[in-house]
Design a protein around this ligand. Structure first.
Ligand code: B12
Ligand code: SF4
Ligand code: SF4
Length: 311
């Protein structure tokens, strides 16, 4: 039995690598008790702001067997998105994760192929793949499956290549050999991310007040206006924020992604402030049809632009 589990885990890791995933780790599917307490306290303090979807399905979020009946293992995959080229620093800034095509689409396709190949090589396996598409504590699973630690900035950090990774999970009823959880923490006495966060959203004990994060204001907040309290704090951040990752010493080890879907859009690399200002709804829909910027919609991007221009 043990030999079979180990062989299957090997096949799974090889398949993940073959599909271009940079890391793959496996954890036993079980209820996440400590994480559940952290999540509950986060929600009770209102750190989710207006992201109502975060307070839904609490039970599913902490127990993979509620998403996939009979779940035995959680496979966690990381995909590097660190871009090969970067925007001019003077231009309105788009977060690096959004330079290319929407990761939900890119990873969804990969997960479909991944599950197909597992079935082909192992047999009738039930499983569901997710990437930010279901109530799953993705960072918790990544840590639990040995891929890295959760830094003071809340991000999952790998020792070899930093934190510019997307996380995806595949919950399955297959018994697999698991990896040891990542116990160590290599933040040490560093506080660079806390000191650099423009809105003081990084609290002690690896807690992020989501309702104060620039990423929340520029992407998730659907209000017509961004509140006055944060006026002047965004610098030129138009969509998302990378400050707490850019200052992290572990990101010196980031390497450019080789995923074709994440190739930066030329407009993102080259648009100046006036190009963004002149952008029409029609061109937005054409240029950004496969981009994460769609989430903010044209009106959201214009709202953000106005906020940073007059901020
Ligand atoms: C809601 C959300 C946001 C919100 C709130 C952020 C937050 N920190 O919660 C906002 C909009 C602000 C946001 C911003 C960003 N996000 Co976001 N977001 C999510 C989402 C959908 C849920 C996160 C969540 O559950 N939050 C609730 C808190 C309580 O959980 P948590 O932060 O994951 O922390 C858990 C663990 O870390 C664990 N934990 C932490 N320390 C310790 C210590 C111990 C001992 C233990 C046991 C557990 C533990 O406890 C928590 C669970 O209770 C996930 C996708 C997903 N389904 O997981 C993406 C996700 C976390 N986001 C992601 C990204 C890329 C970002 C941004 C970098 C985007 C950007 N550039 O603008 C920023 C980073 C901001 C930051 N510093 O965290 C990636 C992170 C990849 C990575 N390497 O970590 C994810 C995983 C999406 C993905 N599939 O790739 N995000
Ligand atoms: S993404 Fe920006 S605003 Fe959000 S916690 Fe990190 S530094 Fe702060
Ligand atoms: S900047 Fe320093 S404290 Fe923050 S996550 Fe990176 S190593 Fe940890």
């Amino acid at each position: 039995m043990k030999i079979k589990e180990s062989k299957y885990s090997q096949i799974i890791k090889q398949t993940a690598a073959q599909l271009g995933f940079d890391y793959c780790g496996i954890a036993r599917a079980q209820q996440l008790d400590e994480d559940a307490r952290r999540l509950e306290s986060w929600l009770n303090k209102g750190f989710h702001g207006s992201m109502d979807y975060m307070s839904n399905y609490f039970d599913l979020r902490i127990d993979p067997a509620k998403l996939v009946p009979g779940a035995k293992s959680v496979i966690t995959l990381l995909l590097n998105y660190y871009p090969s080229a970067q925007q001019n620093q003077q231009a309105p800034q788009v977060s690096k994760y959004a330079y290319g095509n929407d990761y939900h689409e890119v990873i969804r396709e990969k997960l479909k192929t991944f599950l197909g190949l597992i079935k082909e090589n192992i047999g009738e396996v039930h499983g569901r793949g997710f990437t930010d598409s279901a109530p799953v504590l993705e960072r918790s699973w990544a840590r639990k499956s040995g891929l890295g630690w959760v830094g003071k900035n809340g991000n999952l950090i790998t020792k070899n290549n930093g934190s510019f990774f997307f996380i995806a999970t595949l919950i399955t009823d297959l018994d697999l050999e698991t990896d040891d959880p990542f116990i160590k923490d290599y933040c040490g006495t560093c506080t660079r991310c806390i000191d650099a966060c423009p809105t003081e959203a990084i609290l002690p004990d690896k807690v992020i007040d989501g309702s104060k994060c620039i990423s929340y204001f520029t992407i998730e907040l659907k209000d017509l206006l961004i509140p006055d309290e944060v006026k002047g704090k965004f610098d030129n951040r138009l969509f998302g924020c990378d400050v707490c990752q850019d200052v992290c010493p572990w990101n010196r080890f980031s390497k450019s992604t080789t995923e074709p879907g994440f190739k930066p859009l030329p407009e993102i690399l080259n648009f100046t402030a006036s190009d963004w200002e002149d952008l029409t709804d029609e061109s937005f829909k054409i240029i950004f049809k496969d981009s994460p910027l769609k989430r903010s919609k044209y009106a959201g991007i214009k709202r953000n632009l106005k906020f940073i221009s007059f901020g």
